[in-house]
Design a protein around this ligand. Structure first.
Ligand code: SAM
Length: 451
């Protein structure tokens, strides 16, 4: 072995699937490893630790993780020291079974145990194949051990887990029961991020608007108000809101604070009351439309996005037409639509009326076609407007950068002679609209004029 090889720093590689909560968990795991002097790499082949932070919301996502584990274990042939860890929702769902299924897997770490990564790695190095899953009462969360390098926004978990038990959804099993973080703890982390230079803060939770002060009476409207008032919070977002939990006081807050971004993700799942009932969502289409109306009255510039499932058991052609009708009526700026995927341990696979997969695919395509036209029209209405854009990265062509408007549109723009740092806010004039993004020119506006 050469001297250079012996002094080479250890490296880690993390692959992340799924929601923002997984993204933040990956930042937390990266931070813990970096505290130990282990550096990130983009190359799995040069890593000493590989972590797969998985999603199990749909079967395909779960299959992808297992096929990737198959690829990475081949790297162990040349590097006996390499550790491979399965993390995230598949880890919680599979536990011990994953170790049986993948002989070269070193450890399994569930989403509620992310704070224990250093300990799990040490135990593995001492010879134990660890399974750390379940939902401990004590939350190990060190806000200084989060690697936010290369991130344009600061994400803050305010509530973990989910109690909704929608009949299609595996999340309550993989992320456990709801646990709200104390308000003081949330405010401390937001201030920390502002001091660190983040202009955009994103509050996270599977049912973010169901946050409650653990030992008090404050609810999400109070939390939103207090976070929005922190000096330096220029852009505030929160995801994912549950329609039934949105109260008039929360709507009021969305209207009251200019730094709350005019963009809201509000999953509806279906436009048919009978499907919503079988999904166990606890609201009706009229209830949802009424909420949209209240929100748009409070905030006329509000852009909405949603999640939709097609081919849910028992979904008829008529039910699906109602979903199309809802999409036409609300005019979402973006939709995330999926074919129903049966998940273990959920109630929906026992329901009658399985939809033929080909019919579900055809419905999904019709939904995307409808949305594409709506999205293009909405985006075209923005041509000629000046948008405040947070820089999220570099464009494909030299001299171009990419960002997100306050209403969450992706915009590629000519950066001018001096490109701007990731996470800074700039103003861009929209010149062209496509269905999935906008293009434009950066305007010379003094930073003080940007909100
Ligand atoms: N907590 C959020 C809610 O339901 O309001 C989102 C949970 S999940 C991480 C994100 C999206 O995945 C859901 O809104 C739903 O549209 C989709 N999804 C969840 N389970 C699914 C399943 N079994 N098949 C297809 N899509 C699913």
């Amino acid at each position: 072995m050469t001297r250079i090889e012996r002094t080479r720093p250890r490296r880690f590689f993390i692959e992340t699937w799924g929601c923002q909560m997984n993204e933040l968990d990956s930042q937390r795991m990266a931070g813990q490893l970096m505290q130990q002097g282990i550096l990130p790499t983009r190359e799995p082949a040069e890593a000493d630790i590989i972590l797969l932070n998985s999603c199990s919301v749909r079967e395909k996502a779960e299959q992808k993780v297992y096929s990737r584990l198959g690829e990475y274990r081949l790297l162990k042939k040349n590097r006996g020291e390499l550790l491979i860890g399965l993390c995230g929702c598949v880890a919680q769902q599979e536990g011990e079974r994953a170790l049986d299924r993948v002989p070269d897997l070193d450890f399994v770490l569930g989403p509620a145990r992310v704070g224990e990564l250093q300990d799990v790695v040490a135990r593995r190095r001492a010879g134990e194949r660890v399974v750390a899953t379940g939902f401990p009462e004590e939350r190990q969360y060190d806000i200084d051990a989060v690697s936010r390098h290369g991130e344009y926004k600061g994400m803050v978990t305010i509530i973990e887990g989910c109690n909704k038990n929608c009949t299609f959804c595996i999340v309550p099993q993989t992320r456990g029961p709801e646990r709200s973080r104390p308000l003081a703890d949330v405010l401390r982390e937001v201030r920390h991020l502002v001091d660190y230079g983040f202009q955009e803060i994103e509050l996270l939770g599977q049912t973010v608007n169901h946050w409650r002060e653990p030992e008090g009476s404050a609810d999400f409207a109070d939390l939103l108000d207090q976070v929005a008032r922190i000096p330096g919070v220029q852009r505030l977002r929160f995801v994912t809101s549950y329609p039934r939990d949105f109260t008039p006081r929360m709507v009021e807050q969305v209207g009251a604070h200019a730094n709350i971004c005019p963009y809201l993700h509000l999953p509806v799942q279906s436009g048919s009351d009978s499907v919503l009932r079988r999904m166990g969502r606890g609201y009706t289409v009229d209830g949802y439309l009424d909420l949209v109306d209240q929100l748009r009255r409070a905030r006329p510039d509000l852009a909405l996005s949603t999640d939709l499932i097609v081919g849910f058991p028992g979904e008829t052609a008529d039910d699906f037409e109602r979903t199309l009708e809802l999409v036409r009526e609300v005019r979402f700026s973006v939709i995330y639509a999926f074919k129903y995927s049966p998940r273990p341990g959920t109630a929906a696979p026992r329901l009658d009326g399985a939809v033929d997969p080909e019919v579900a695919s055809e419905r999904l395509q019709r939904l995307f076609d409808l949305q594409e036209g709506i999205q293009r029209e909405i985006n075209e209405s923005l041509v000629g407007k000046d948008l405040d854009v947070i820089v999220t990265g570099w464009g494909k062509r030299p001299g171009t950068q990419t960002g997100r408007s306050t209403c969450h549109r992706i915009i590629h723009f000519e950066a001018g002679s001096e490109p701007i740092a990731l996470g800074s806010v700039t103003r861009v004039r929209v010149e062209k609209a496509l269905s999935y993004h906008l293009t434009g020119q950066r305007l010379a506006v003094p930073a003080a004029a940007l909100n």
